[in-house]
Design a protein around this ligand. Sequence first.
Ligand SMILES: Cc1cc2nc3c(=O)[nH]c(=O)nc-3n(C[C@H](O)[C@H](O)[C@H](O)COP(=O)(O)OP(=O)(O)OC[C@H]3O[C@@H](n4cnc5c(N)ncnc54)[C@H](O)[C@@H]3O)c2cc1C
Length: 261
Amino acid sequence: MSLRIVVTVKYVPDATGDRHFADDLTVDRDDVDGLLSELDEYAVEQALQIAENADDAEVTVLTVGPEDAKDALRKALSMGADKAIHVEDDDLHGTDAIGTSLVLAKAIEKAGYDLVISGMASTDGTMGVVPALLAERLGVPQVTLLSEVSVEDGTVKGRRDGDAASEQLEASLPAVVSVTDQSGEARYPSFKGIMAAKKKPVESWDLSDLDIEAEEVGLENAWTAVQAVAERPARTAGTIVKDEGEGGKQLAEFLASQKFI
Ligand SMILES: Cc1cc2nc3c(=O)[nH]c(=O)nc-3n(C[C@H](O)[C@H](O)[C@H](O)COP(=O)(O)OP(=O)(O)OC[C@H]3O[C@@H](n4cnc5c(N)ncnc54)[C@H](O)[C@@H]3O)c2cc1C
């Protein structure tokens, strides 16, 4: 029986680019360079390693996003994923995490799966909630924030590192897991991988393919709304201490004045 792994990957604005908000207070994704969310590269990497250790496995990458989100799928396919699904629909504009999890859950059910792997958070919304929302909607266990993950005899196992202790966790498949940026370096696509990705299938679905009504997603139907946005104040130069013998004392006084000590 082939192990069906679905990896959720998000297309995000390039953090080095000039990111700004549109008039409707959503992040302006037009004319802004975007890429595969870096934290999702770790999810793709762990999916590929699990597939390489399995007798028979298939890795599908899935994204919900605008036209350009195909670039995120192409990157994951060039890393070695087998196929991709792109859910795109004008009515998805401004969809919140609740709505995104609905679309992802319906797409995952339609694709068929045994294991869903997500990143620990996206690098733009950074909420870190979608994996839990997904598990709830799919009615399966979730094992999140893993720094190590493997699959054996229908069970997903992993290690979650906390400040004081590490936990060994496991769940029967089907299940949802998320992996951290400590789960191991993500491979770089080889030239062969990039060329092969051009031929790999990318299915495009819209809301009607998933029996989702426009009233269930989009900015109008979001459970949270951005009220206002303001430029982050420019960073100040800060206090420069020239150590003429009293540097340590001045530093301690500064830290005390800031209630750091
Ligand atoms: C600056 C900013 C602030 C926002 N604030 C809110 C808010 O307060 N409340 C709210 O409900 N929404 C908010 N959103 C919208 C929210 O980002 C999107 O709905 C998003 O799709 C889900 O949230 P996230 O990116 O934080 O996901 P996270 O929960 O951080 O994502 C975890 C993982 O889920 C998967 N994933 C997330 N989105 C997608 C996707 N579109 N396609 C495929 N996989 C995905 C990825 O594997 C990712 O690593 C905000 C967006 C931005 C850019």
